[in-house]
Design a protein around this ligand. Structure first.
Ligand code: HEC
Length: 146
């Protein structure tokens, strides 16, 4: 009987939260971003009023994002962030806030919990209850009102 122990679930959850909230180690692209991009796009890509107020998020692949940056950015100084620099800064943006995965990571955890489907929620609760119901018949199905 292969069951995920509640302990390992909590370990993963904790690890996930730590990864999401640990301050990002200085990425080489971060340095470039702060120097060449932040004034118009904001420290976290949130946008800057009167410069470019849309958040820097999207669904381009990392390669396409790199090419777009090489061709069009920084605005009015195109051609100053190309090659390795464009690659680094694109990777930084992509991992920190641009990609869908990065956006999901920065959502608060209570919202993530609220996204559990009923059956995922039920399974988590069952796992928890299972820990305390170790007497005879503890693995009997439990009817839950959710
Ligand atoms: C002087 C202001 C300015 C600077 C500096 C600047 N940008 Fe932009 N950026 C803009 C504006 C305005 C737009 C939207 C117009 C456009 O797409 O040309 C934009 C658009 C973008 C887009 C496309 C966003 C989208 O939703 O289509 C990316 C990606 C981007 N910038 C990355 C960068 C990077 C990386 C740097 C630094 C190397 C940078 N920008 C520096 C003003 C700036």
């Amino acid at each position: 009987m292969a069951q995920t122990s509640p302990h390992s679930r909590f370990a993963w959850l904790t690890l996930g939260l730590l990864t999401a909230y640990a301050p990002a180690a200085e990425h080489p692209g971060a340095v470039i971003y702060q120097k060449m991009c932040q004034e118009c796009h904001g420290a976290k890509g949130q946008g800057v009023k009167d410069k470019f107020d849309d958040p820097l998020t999207g669904d381009l692949t990392l390669e396409a994002l790199t090419r777009k940056i090489e061709r069009t950015m920084p605005e009015d100084k195109e051609g100053t962030c190309v090659g390795e620099d464009a690659k680094q800064v694109a990777a930084y943006i992509y991992e920190s806030f641009y990609s869908a995965a990065a956006q999901a990571r920065s959502r608060p955890p209570d919202q993530d919990l609220s996204r559990l489907t009923i059956s995922q929620y039920r399974a988590s609760v069952m796992d928890l209850i299972g820990r305390f119901r170790m007497g005879p018949g503890f693995d009997r199905p439990v009817k839950l009102q959710v």
